[in-house]
Write a protein that binds this ligand. Sequence first.
Ligand SMILES: O=C(O)C1=C[C@@H](OP(=O)(O)O)[C@@H](O)[C@H](O)C1
Ligand SMILES: C=C(OP(=O)(O)O)C(=O)O
Length: 429
Amino acid sequence: MQSYTVQPAKSVRGEISVPGDKSISHRSIMFGSIASGVTKVTGFLRGEDALATLEAFRAMGVQIDDDGETVTIQGRGLHGLSEPTDVIDCGNSGTSMRLLTGLLAGQNFFSVLSGDKYLRARPMKRVVGPLAQMGARISGRAGGEKAPLAIQGSKLKGIDYDSPVSSAQVKSAIMLAGLYAGGETVVREPHLSRDHSERMLRAFGAHVETFPGGVKVRGGAELTGRDIVVPGDISSAAFFMVAALIVPGSDLLIRGVGINPTRTGIIDVLKGMGGDLELLNQRDESGEPVADIRVRYSKLIAMEISGEVVPRAIDEFPAICVAASLAQGTTVVRDASELRVKETDRISAMADNLRRAGVEIVETPDGMKITGVAALKGCAADSFGDHRIAMSMMVAGLVAQGETSVSDTECIATSFPGFVSLLEGVAQR
Ligand SMILES: O=C(O)C1=C[C@@H](OP(=O)(O)O)[C@@H](O)[C@H](O)C1
Ligand SMILES: C=C(OP(=O)(O)O)C(=O)O
């Protein structure tokens, strides 16, 4: 297993861009594959998760070519996928597995989805349950709660589903099944989760209508292939935002980051903590807002993080925990029990690691209380096989006294290939 040792930095400076958005990359392959005509994607994230989705559609007969610049998908139309002859391996990717479950439920063939040990431990009933209400025939371990999932495609009918969780994966899985279902499919959620499926499906010509509290999809509409420019992933940029905020003397420009309002919880939180973040050169690319983000070192103060901002910052909590560890006062996180069912339990993983770095942390069922310290201690941190934990602890290492080793860092490649060299490139020593 690969580990990495981070040395403290004097400052974080320079101009960078981060790889393409993971959520948008997954969706570009899925929607391009079931559209008619060609879809060309630039800025595609060549991380393991999005590549698992790409390979899944190749296994269902879709021609997808990547010349290193552009990914070109020869769409096969709504009913043009063919039965995969082997188990589809979703690797570590919850997005691949949950969205594919929805999409495959309405096909006229059989398929099986599996993944690595982390993904096979994650909850799947949240999609299997509502899909069964639509008439889907899906079985899995623990009564359909755990992968592998076996999906016998069948005729679906629209439902009106009130989701107990604010989850874009649940919402998107039901919307994708809704494309194949008779009538209308409605999904409601407590707070708005990322809306990339809504935006992109509409751009492909699907009948998608959003309303306060939910989204409605009409089945049967043919999608049409189109060109997609994937913006930089704000979830990847988050590690650099936090790095620049906590290392004294830092000034960093991150170019071309997606700032869809359903994803900018991290900016709201860091600004709420007193962070100096500026959005420059705001523009629109393929129906998604984009900006350059300038971040300068700031003295941070604790805050309470709860409610509607939580789903808008869900993947950024490990990085937020690092910022909170250096903020003055006690940061309280609530309404974030979803963190316990990610690649690992991110509440306990960050509490464990930051305690090793000398921070006082109290875990609660749906969050944590983090009391900031003047300086972190270098320590032996554990990624627990989770990319976001690994990257967060490497960022923490930039301000620790002494060196910080992070175990099992291969997992970073799931979402952010090139992270280590990008971080080392801006860390001044
Ligand atoms: O739809 C998506 O692309 C994603 C949704 C989120 O998961 P949940 O829907 O489980 O919150 C997020 O954590 C994941 O990284 C990507
Ligand atoms: C939770 C994540 O992804 P997924 O659910 O797709 O595995 C993530 O990238 O932080």
